[in-house]
Write a protein that binds this ligand. Structure first.
Ligand code: HEC
Length: 102
């Protein structure tokens, strides 16, 4: 009987000892590669281009000239319904073709 109690106490004490140990996990920063690079107009791009998808979509594209980026921005507006003013669209194209240009 005494032995059974001893084993029961041990079985009960084990999970408690395990729970008392604190473990820490360091996670990598969120999408460090997906951040838009700094440059003139970056705030406009952040505002206009992040509401539907992350900026990963932008940084993963091959580099392009103003004509190519304009086609992307126009597609976002005409096809996907992004509400971006003409002025902001121009600023985004300028930013993208400068910072992610050829
Ligand atoms: C109204 C929502 C919306 C906004 C705002 C938006 N996009 Fe998109 N974007 C989409 C959708 C939808 C897709 C296609 C997703 C898919 O194919 O899985 C997409 C895809 C993309 C792609 C991938 C290539 C392609 O043509 O499909 C790029 C690059 C892109 N967007 C850039 C931009 C830029 C730059 C802006 C800011 C001017 C922007 N997006 C703003 C909806 C949006």
């Amino acid at each position: 009987m005494r032995r059974t109690l001893g084993i029961a106490a041990l079985v009960l004490a084990l999970p408690l000892a395990a729970a008392a140990e604190t473990k820490t996990i360091t996670l990598p920063p969120d999408h460090p590669y997906g951040d838009l690079k700094p440059g003139p107009g970056v705030e406009v791009a952040q505002r206009a281009c992040r509401s539907c998808h992350s900026t990963d979509y932008i940084v993963m594209q091959p580099r392009g000239d103003a004509k190519q980026w304009e086609a992307v921005v126009t597609k976002m507006i005409k096809v996907f319904g992004a509400s971006i003013s003409d002025e902001d669209a121009k600023a985004v194209v300028r930013y993208l073709s400068t910072v992610y240009g050829r």
